[in-house]
Design a protein around this ligand. Structure first.
Ligand code: PLP
Length: 384
């Protein structure tokens, strides 16, 4: 008899992106020619200055305070104050975590009572739903408009007596959209007339292609909670280092939760964060120029597959391609693309948006070009 898994786990499965990434890596290991465009991480290695600094502190091995090294919390607070203009942010509001995921989860655990609703804008990063439900809450999905932008009317209408807050992610995973200041101000008007909590996931805020990016936390929403980290800005996904910034009572509750389930974030990774913050968390070297170039390559190449509709991303490193003209089953389309052409993309189902696929454009340029040629060929095939 297999051991009975708790009801709380419900239909929870491994993150579809991680699962697909692992499958593509396994196929490559088995000797297949695989073009893996599923990853949610930069392709570059650990920045050298981070390597150098961390090598010097490898003798350190003790627990740190759960909320992180005081020096790092201070650096994060100073950085965020300068970037967002929010003077309420002090070191005591910062909790350093083992990646942004535990930051998000600790916040949701600290806020949600059974049945509370959190508004999320679809398409959305799949972990939001799983974390909200694990914390005992319910997801209130509000679709973005056709340009992947906020639909403020729909958000207003979704608010009811059970609503606790909203998660906003700009730049967005999976769409790459960023929200203009005007729309965010309209959202602020709606939220601030209530007591709702504004959770702003700013993990991609250093990866911006347009000029008009508005950092959501800079708008001083009444109840702001910020999620961020070094995974995307510094190519440190495997080091597990992120943070939350929240009003005192939420920061304290999140720290208490983390003290029982995780303790402090890994010490070497906290030192990596110190180095990153001393450089203002700027992405290393030519990361941005390279990404910008590869973004343009995708736009050019996919013009040859007119049935695929795309909106150029303003930030992050994803395209969310509308393939509804090509197929009604994006999961099967992705499986066929991987089997027949060796190209791995993530089906929109993973982001509550069937009819779409997510393409990451971080890989080496030759790989990206070859993968795009294959996608074009597969899409244009009449016998597909
Ligand atoms: N938030 C968003 C929107 C993400 O896309 C991701 C990772 O893909 C995370 C948070 C989690 O980041 P981390 O790897 O630091 O836990």
């Amino acid at each position: 008899m297999p051991i009975k898994i708790s009801l709380r786990m419900g239909g929870l499965r491994e993150s579809a992106t991680l699962e697909l990434n692992a499958r593509a890596k396994q196929l490559a290991k088995d000797g297949k020619n695989i073009y893996n465009l599923t990853a949610g991480e930069l392709a570059s290695d650990t920045p050298l200055d981070i390597q150098e600094h961390v090598t010097k502190v490898l003798d350190q091995n003790k627990y740190t305070p759960v909320a992180g090294l005081p020096e790092l919390r201070q650096l994060i607070a100073d950085h965020y104050q300068a970037m967002s203009g929010q003077t309420w942010i002090k070191a005591s509001n910062v909790v350093v975590t083992a990646g942004a995921k535990p930051a998000e989860y600790a916040v949701l655990m600290a806020l949600i009572d059974p049945g509370d609703e959190i508004i999320v804008i679809s398409p959305y990063w799949g972990s939001y739903k799983n974390m909200i439900e694990l914390a005992g809450g319910k997801v209130k999905e509000v679709p973005a408009n056709a340009d992947f932008q906020l639909d403020i009317d729909a958000i207003s209408k979704a608010i009811n007596s059970r609503t606790k807050g909203i998660i906003v992610n700009s730049p967005n995973n999976p769409t790459g959209a960023t929200y203009p200041k005007d729309d965010l101000l309209k959202l602020k008007q709606v939220l601030d007339s209530t007591n709702l909590i504004f959770i702003t996931d700013e993990i991609y805020c250093t990866l911006i292609y347009g000029k008009d990016y508005c950092l959501p936390s800079s708008l001083n929403f009444k109840n702001t909670i910020i999620i961020n980290g070094f995974s995307k800005s510094q190519a440190l996904t495997g080091w597990r280092i992120g943070y939350l910034i929240a009003p005192d009572e939420v920061a304290a509750a999140a720290t208490n939760i983390l003290s029982h389930i995780n303790g402090n974030a890994p010490l070497p990774s906290q030192h990596a964060g110190i180095t990153a913050m001393q450089n203002d968390d700027r992405p290393p070297g030519t990361t941005l120029e390279l990404l910008q170039k590869q973004r343009d390559i995708v736009i050019n190449k996919l013009q040859k597959a007119p049935d695929i509709k795309l909106i150029a991303p303003n930030g992050a490193f994803y395209f969310f391609l509308d393939i509804s003209k090509v197929t009604s089953d994006s999961a099967k389309w992705c499986a066929d693309l991987l089997d027949k052409y060796g190209v791995a993309l993530v089906p929109g189902e993973a982001f509550a948006a069937p009819g779409y696929v997510r393409l990451t454009f971080v890989c080496e340029q030759n790989t990206l070009v070859e993968a795009l040629d294959r996608i074009v060929e597969f899409t244009n095939r009449k016998d597909r």
